[in-house]
Design a protein around this ligand. Sequence first.
Ligand code: C5P
Length: 250
Amino acid sequence: MSDDSRPSPAGTRTAAVIPAAGRGVRLGPGAPKALRALGGTPMLIHAVRAMAASRAVSLVVVVAPPDGAPEVKSLLDAHALPERTDFLVVPGGDSRQESVKLGLDALPPDYDIVLVHDAARPLVPVDTVDAVIEAVREGSPAVVPALPLADTVKEVEPAGEPGEPEPVVATPERARLRAVQTPQGFDRATLIHAHETVTDDVTDDASMIEQLGLQVVVVPGHEEAFKVTRPLDLVLAEAVLARRRLNDGF
Ligand code: C5P
């Protein structure tokens, strides 16, 4: 369901904020995760292109490592990006939440839909991006792409020491669970209100909206929108890129 033929309806403008300030410790030693190469191109550039691929997105705000904004600016300058899209780079903070807030602070006033997309999900297809935007346009203040789970999930009492056996507390019904991806899409005013109000630690932006008591909805995610977290994910990402090159010369 690509939105190619339909840019923004009158009065609706969409920006994407990409938090890319994490160190990516779980990926092993090396450069900040977002700057590592996939198929010879930094992961962050893939993520930026994935957002800019949607004709509805006219601004991408990249939240760089706190001391890395100049480096990220040069990186964007050095890679081909769509001319119809504007780009901004701002320095990030100590937590993902803080980095997203700094990205929101940099948004010009005339954007009323905001996507928040992890740099660590470089390969999300444009159809997923467009599906999220469409659901926000249709009136949902918060929209997340998500997939059903293959694994059964256990809630545990976390062990004090790594590797210690952990007592199981509960087994949620798998059919009701979803693994949540990004981009998550928001009505801009609602997301800004959430960032000003919710101070608990969260792992995604939609949970802040839930804490406000507002409805978050899920739309179908995509298996290629997985998060590059561990070394094996890099192998999978390279394989996806190789398959795309074979299929469509991407
Ligand atoms: O750590 P996690 O994998 O949840 O990070 C998700 C995204 O948030 C990554 O793209 C990472 O670069 C970003 N992040 C950030 N600022 C931080 C920590 C993480 O922008 N302080």
